[in-house]
Design a protein around this ligand. Structure first.
Ligand SMILES: Cc1cc2nc3c(=O)[nH]c(=O)nc-3n(C[C@H](O)[C@H](O)[C@H](O)COP(=O)(O)OP(=O)(O)OC[C@H]3O[C@@H](n4cnc5c(N)ncnc54)[C@H](O)[C@@H]3O)c2cc1C
Length: 389
């Protein structure tokens, strides 16, 4: 692995930096988990797209700029550096997009990738069901072939931003006599299909962007199948690899949090507040871990660029970033002391910023994208070769 940047990469960094400095919103947008904030974020995505920065590693004809994954990491560093908005279409651009790139037909690539890159079409992930969370192979929702269509019946749940999204990608049981990982197919479902009912779920913070999706005789063209009939599990595992191993949480996100934590530490120290040695150590450890995660990701990307694939080691990554995120937010709240519980707009809030909100979201990290217990099972079985039970 060569850790120095080429002249081309440095030039790209400068180009991305100056565009972002000029164009990124100066103030945080309203939350993308509200209807108005969702639209604010789509407007921002349109601007990014027009500037050629929506999804830099995608080919130009699909709305990208033909950069490589190293340049994408550089772009992410610059993106977080200016504090640009969260990506409202993250399930599309970071998870489904790369999967379509790998498994889609030329027609599917041309149909789905450009409106995904511009966020004209925002995607939700429809994997979880009431009895299929960790045990995803227990998916019960069926998609039965009828002429040129699938007829879908069942229920999905916990679809992030499903309340406002336009499309849902999911796994469905296309062979009703099958069980477990067999007989599942990956299908793309427009959420305005007759027979689809989207019911928002309110989160602890009062926002209603999560959704349950009910499908009652919903007809979807068979042309919306991604990958082979009955081979949905392997397509989904490729998506999960992108989710856990690389794209959903780029290192810049955690380096940015670590950087803010160190700033907070300095401010607290300069105010003469006593900080115990254990907390100082934690702050230093968080910064080092964020850097280590970045270096590890550079190594993964170098491997992918030389033809490698993401495998079970994605589970190590997912545990690492989700636990680091919690530790960083806990350390920040400890530095803030009792003030940490105040909302940023409260009169005595001072520099509390969004640490409390960030902490609450960080707590979900060990659950979404597959719980950390499940990741530990994968590591035990597939990396360490330990027996199943
Ligand atoms: C913020 C957030 C966003 C999400 N977004 C989406 C989304 O967009 N689309 C989507 O489809 N889903 C989404 N999910 C759902 C998420 O994928 C599931 O919550 C997760 O897979 C766990 O499934 P479950 O909730 O059914 O819990 P369960 O599977 O019932 O697990 C309950 C507990 O038992 C443990 N457990 C279960 N089986 C085992 C085992 N074999 N070994 C050890 N421990 C085990 C789990 O680790 C967990 O602690 C989201 C969840 C969250 C929190």
């Amino acid at each position: 692995m060569d850790l120095s940047y080429t002249a081309k990469q440095n030039a790209f960094r400068m180009e991305a930096r100056s565009w972002l400095e000029e164009n990124a919103p100066g103030e945080p947008l309203r939350s993308f988990d509200t209807p108005e904030g969702f639209e604010d974020h789509r407007e921002w995505e349109k601007k990014l797209h027009a500037g050629g920065f929506a999804m830099v590693p995608w080919p130009k004809e699909y709305g990208g700029r033909g950069a490589d994954l190293l340049e994408w990491l550089i772009f992410e560093e610059e993106y977080y550096r200016v504090g640009a908005p969260g990506r409202v279409n993250q399930n599309g651009i970071f998870l489904l997009g790369p999967t379509i790139m790998e498994y889609g037909t030329p027609e599917q690539k041309a149909r789905f990738l450009p409106p995904m890159a511009s966020s004209e079409e925002v995607w939700a992930q429809g994997w979880s069901e009431p009895n299929a969370g960790s045990d995803m192979a227990n998916i019960q929702t069926t998609a039965l072939i009828d002429g040129d269509d699938y007829v879908i019946n069942g229920q999905k749940t916990w679809a992030s931003r499903g309340a406002y999204a336009h499309w849902l990608f999911g796994m469905f049981r296309t062979d009703p006599d099958s069980s477990r990982h067999n007989g599942l197919t990956f299908v793309l479902v427009p959420l305005d299909t007759p027979g689809v009912t989207v019911r928002p779920i309110e989160k602890i913070n009062g926002k209603k962007a999560f959704a349950e999706v009910f499908l009652d005789d919903a007809r979807v063209p068979r042309a919306n199948r991604l990958g082979e009939e009955g081979a949905g599990w392997s397509v989904a595992m490729a998506t999960a690899g992108f989710e856990r191993g690389l794209m959903l949480r780029s290192p810049a996100r955690f380096q940015n949090t670590a950087h803010r934590l160190v700033e907070l530490y300095r401010e607290t120290r300069d105010q003469g507040v006593f900080i115990d040695a254990g907390l100082k150590d934690t702050v230093a450890r968080c910064w080092m871990d964020a850097e280590a995660y970045a270096l590890n990701t550079y190594q993964t990307v170098s491997r992918l660029l030389s033809g490698g694939k993401i495998g079970a080691e994605a589970s190590l990554n997912k545990i690492f970033w989700s636990e680091l995120d919690i530790t960083m937010h806990e350390a920040a709240l400890s530095l803030l002391g009792a003030r940490g519980e105040l909302l940023s707009g409260a009169p005595a809030a001072g520099n509390v910023g969004e640490w409390l909100d960030g902490f609450i979201f960080a707590l979900a990290g060990p659950i979404y994208a597959g719980t950390n217990e499940i990741q530990r099972n994968i590591i035990a079985e597939r990396i360490l070769g330990l027996p199943r039970k």
